[in-house]
Design a protein around this ligand. Structure first.
Ligand SMILES: Nc1ncnc2c1ncn2[C@@H]1O[C@H](COP(=O)(O)OP(=O)(O)OP(=O)(O)O)[C@@H](O)[C@H]1O
Ligand SMILES: N[C@@H](CCO)C(=O)O
Length: 290
């Protein structure tokens, strides 16, 4: 009998929480798992670059975790744009993990899921909210253990500006520096620490200010995402709480009260920015299997 896996999109970093902070958002990857058959077959509408067989990231992940599972028919329906900074690869990894979990009866708990998914993705900021939902703060320690704590992200509008062009995470990480000076690192991590405290205290005013003070990655990525500065500026004009680069970009996320939202929509519509503006909300629930 078939089953369905539903994984939320995610938005990582929130400014200074590089590779650590993430939220689940209201776009979804759905995988309908059909009958067992002689070979893996993945039907999707994600374009010719995404494989339809056992090279597909969902199947590859499942086979990495449970190499002996039988091939199945999978129907993939995704609302999460590829390589845009909304956690498409993490959603595929989590779907693959749940596929293995179910087909091989592994009974993985959330801790085990986090550990496996982080090892595959390399950092926990997208996979943790995709598993747990809502807001997560995570770390992948040098001895490769994952710690992740779930919090409640305040109820606000999230305006994702999704440019028409892709930006692969690998390309967006290639522009980051290899080293950060000691003084700069202390400053950057103190901003991140205080952001976490503000989020857990539900203090969006302080959180918003700190979200725009990232010292880890946004400045190095600026040339790849020139629209970030423009959207942040429009956000300020509209009275937004903050605008940050979602994951590795190019999507930007503007956190805004609903009473300022329309002003932001109008400002973006009257600008010469090229992309889609989508209103999202925080998804409180992580992956579900039904
Ligand atoms: N549903 C899917 N099925 C198979 N492969 C996928 C799927 N979604 C994403 N991928 C793979 O992941 C790649 C995108 O991963 P990448 O890490 O570059 O971007 P992202 O995960 O969308 O962004 P970010 O990590 O910044 O949030 C795609 O080009 C594709 O190869
Ligand atoms: N923290 C990651 C998220 C994308 O995988 C980055 O910004 O590169």
């Amino acid at each position: 009998m078939g089953f369905k896996i539903i994984v939320p999109a995610t938005s990582a970093n929130l400014g200074p929480g590089f590779d650590s902070i993430g939220i689940a958002v209201s776009k979804y990857l759905t995988v309908e798992v059909g009958e067992a058959q002689s070979v893996w077959q993945v039907d999707h509408q994600l374009g010719d670059d995404v494989p339809n067989d056992d090279r597909n990231l969902i199947v590859k992940t499942a086979l990495q975790i449970a190499p002996n599972i039988k091939p199945h028919y999978l129907k993939v329906i995704s609302e999460i744009p590829l390589a845009r900074g909304l956690g498409s690869s993490s959603s595929a990894i989590i779907a693959g993990l749940e596929l293995a979990n179910r087909l091989a009866n592994l009974n993985l708990d959330n801790r085990e899921k986090l550990q496996l998914a982080t090892k595959i993705e390399g950092h926990p900021d997208n996979v943790a909210p995709a598993i747990l939902g809502d807001l997560t703060i995570s770390t992948y320690t040098p001895d490769q253990r994952v710690f992740s704590l779930k919090g409640h992200f305040p109820e606000v509008a999230l305006m994702a500006f999704i440019p028409t062009t892709e930006l692969l995470t690998s390309a967006s990480r290639a522009v980051l520096p290899e080293k950060l000076a000691f003084k700069k690192s202390v400053e950057a991590s103190s901003i991140g620490n205080t952001l976490v405290a503000a989020l857990f205290a539900g203090d969006l005013e302080q959180a918003g200010y700190l979200m725009e003070l990232d010292q880890f990655h946004e400045r190095y990525r600026a040339k790849l995402v020139p629209h970030l500065a423009a959207l942040r500026n429009l956000g300020h004009q509209a009275g937004a709480i903050a605008t940050y680069l979602s994951g590795a970009g190019p999507t930007t996320m503007t956190v805004i009260d609903s009473n300022h939202r329309q002003r932001f929509v109008d400002l973006v519509a009257n600008s010469d920015l090229n992309g889609e503006l989508l209103q999202l909300k925080v998804e409180r629930q992580g992956v579900t299997v039904c």
